[in-house]
Design a protein around this ligand. Structure first.
Ligand SMILES: NC(=O)c1ccc[n+]([C@@H]2O[C@H](COP(=O)([O-])OP(=O)(O)OC[C@H]3O[C@@H](n4cnc5c(N)ncnc54)[C@H](O)[C@@H]3O)[C@@H](O)[C@H]2O)c1
Length: 219
């Protein structure tokens, strides 16, 4: 049994990962600031089943200022998923939030990981590619982000390289494409389209069922 620090544990992916770690017999210290990018109530909903486990401890804290060193005591590794997501919202005045929750938070996680000698798996994004020049897109595709969000995610990757080369950080970044499933975030890219498809499918089934009833009654 190991103990992991999971940042963004109240979010869509972080809560699923935490659940999985708990179900496979591990302990989790979960950190989340419960930001209001979408309803914090949805994050509380994600947390409820996790908090039922004695192997889970929630720390409500902002990674851009929390004492990460003490959080890492007794942890075997770090899954860093916390971030301010969303491509469209990253333009304009809100960019500061992206810099804080993506770049600064990640730099602080890497710094603490190096100091504690712990490995990090962190969430990057397909947004680092921008308009990729080939599909399917592979890791060797040049990165040319076309949104401020993508730039912050690419910056996190560069930070990981700098910390790896100069300070010995062991980190792996995962460039998630659109992640979907139960509890997925609404809004942004195809993540908003999938529920619409599901809704349309439901509507078609309803129309089909009404039509079948109408046909039966006409016999
Ligand atoms: N969902 C996707 O399709 C997708 C695609 C590409 C990359 N990603 C990346 O995967 C990760 C998880 O995405 P998600 O969909 O679960 O997002 P999410 O918004 O559901 O979860 C992120 C969590 O991080 C927390 N958080 C934000 N800033 C914080 C801070 N400064 N300190 C502590 N907690 C903070 C939020 O409160 C939230 O609960 C993110 O890094 C995101 O950029 C997601």
């Amino acid at each position: 049994m190991s103990t992991y620090l999971v940042t963004g544990c109240a979010g869509f992916i972080g809560s699923r990962l935490t659940r999985n770690l708990l179900e496979t017999g591990h302990r989790v210290i979960g950190v989340d600031a419960l930001t209001d990018y979408y309803a914090p109530a949805a994050k509380r909903y994600n947390l409820a089943p996790l908090e039922a486990s004695t192997s889970f401890r929630l720390v409500e804290a902002d990674l851009s200022e929390a004492d990460l060193g003490s959080l890492l005591e007794g942890c075997d590794g770090i899954y860093h998923l916390a971030a301010q997501p969303g491509v469209r919202g990253s333009w304009g005045d809100s960019f500061g939030v992206y810099v804080r929750d993506n770049v600064l938070a990640t730099q602080r996680v890497f710094e603490a990981a190096v100091t504690a000698g712990r490995r990090v798996v962190y969430a990057s994004s397909s947004s680092v590619y921008g308009n990729a020049d080939r599909y399917p897109t592979t890791e060797s595709t040049p990165c040319r982000p076309i949104s401020p969000y993508g730039v912050t995610k690419r910056c996190c990757e560069e930070l990981a390289s700098a910390y790896a080369d100069s300070r010995g950080l062991a980190a792996i970044g995962l460039r998630y494409f659109t992640v979907y499933g139960p509890g997925q975030r609404m809004g942004g890219g195809a993540s908003g389209v999938l529920p619409i498809f599901a809704g349309l499918l439901g509507l078609l089934l309803l129309i089909g069922s009404l039509a079948a009833t109408w046909l039966r009654e006409g016999r």
